[in-house]
Design a protein around this ligand. Sequence first.
Ligand SMILES: Nc1nc2c(c(=O)[nH]1)N[C@H]1C(S)=C(S)[C@@H](COP(=O)(O)O)O[C@H]1N2
Ligand SMILES: [Mo]
Length: 269
Amino acid sequence: METGFFSRPRPAPLAPAEEAAALKAARGLLAARLPSSRRGFLRRLTLGGVALLSGCSLRGDDGGDSVEQALMAISRFNDAAQGWLFDPAALAPTYPGSMITRPFPFNGFYPEALAPVVDEADYQLEVRGRVADRRPWRLAQLWALPQQEQITRHICVEGWSAIGRWGGVPFADFLRRVGADLGARYVGFECADGYYTAIDMPTALHPQTLIALSYDGQVLPRSYGFPMKLRIPTKLGYKNPKHVRALFVTDRRPGGYWEDQGYNWFGGL
Ligand SMILES: Nc1nc2c(c(=O)[nH]1)N[C@H]1C(S)=C(S)[C@@H](COP(=O)(O)O)O[C@H]1N2
Ligand SMILES: [Mo]
């Protein structure tokens, strides 16, 4: 299913008063369209979320037209898109190989040249928290597990999206294999570059959530998260940790590098 509403240019920021007005209007429109059980997220709705929901970049330099367009798109928001965004079991759209974005963009909280260099020989994935088997994993052991591939869209709140092809181990299979407490609430991730983030258990168990070991048929390149990243197509880019070196299962909601600076924790809306 190609919904087509996520491609957009990098936006220029809105003025603070415009931001506040756009958010207030978006919350009002969405409140009218959501079941009461789903309205909790509205308090945490960010402008990135508005852009994601509407597919419109919110620019400050076009006289407010983009805000108006975004709000119109939200008011037309269809049930299929809502299902994908709000139902933890719904599948993210997948795409044909011909739609892969080349080259796939790099993003990180530092320039690409500073991406961490992780030595495969030294690498161990630590597993902690509410898990029966906490033995660390070598990369070869992860590669030995049954693999799956997906071509999905990565959406960054900074205003770009790109389609890529990732392969790896369904995270639900991994969690079952290590005897994770699947009734626990969260899985947290720590990365080799100091980045960190976390997801809720329904997202961890989602059939498209992968321990990604490959990108476009190649060993996952350094820029995209070698030796492994979590690929979570139902979540925004910042919820997809690269260079993961440790994960833990917990009931206490972990923070995140961007989440702790105000990004929406749920990050998929
Ligand atoms: N370890 C680590 N993971 C990270 C980040 C980061 O800076 N460090 N940035 C996040 C953000 S905001 C995005 S958009 C994606 C970018 O992934 P890409 O370089 O494969 O496009 O990685 C996410 N995961
Ligand atoms: Mo991002």
